[in-house]
Design a protein around this ligand. Sequence first.
Ligand code: TYC
Length: 105
Amino acid sequence: MSEDYERGSSNQIDTEDKQRIELPKQYKVILHNDDYTPMEFVVEVLIEVFKKDELAATNIMLNVHNLGQGVCGIYSYEIAETKVARVHDLAQQYEYPLKASMEAE
Ligand code: TYC
């Protein structure tokens, strides 16, 4: 049995035959507020990158605007990393300071 297989006590479920199965870690992608990025642009990013509908995207954007930051989705490490990079690519393309980050669940 590998060391990895036994490491940690979280993210595990007991199957019927008592094997312990590691679930892959999940990561929250967090969007950060700033004073310059237009609200409409943030909504477009949430629709395009995070596949939200207009209502959900608007709610997340307003939540970030009012509270300073907010979760826009939960993904595997690679997917979360790609989405953060896409946000930063789009922001850079339009010269807005919009920032995203990721955090282990
Ligand atoms: N605070 C921005 C404004 O008033 C809007 C905004 C919302 C910016 C969410 C970034 O992640 C963000 N134009």
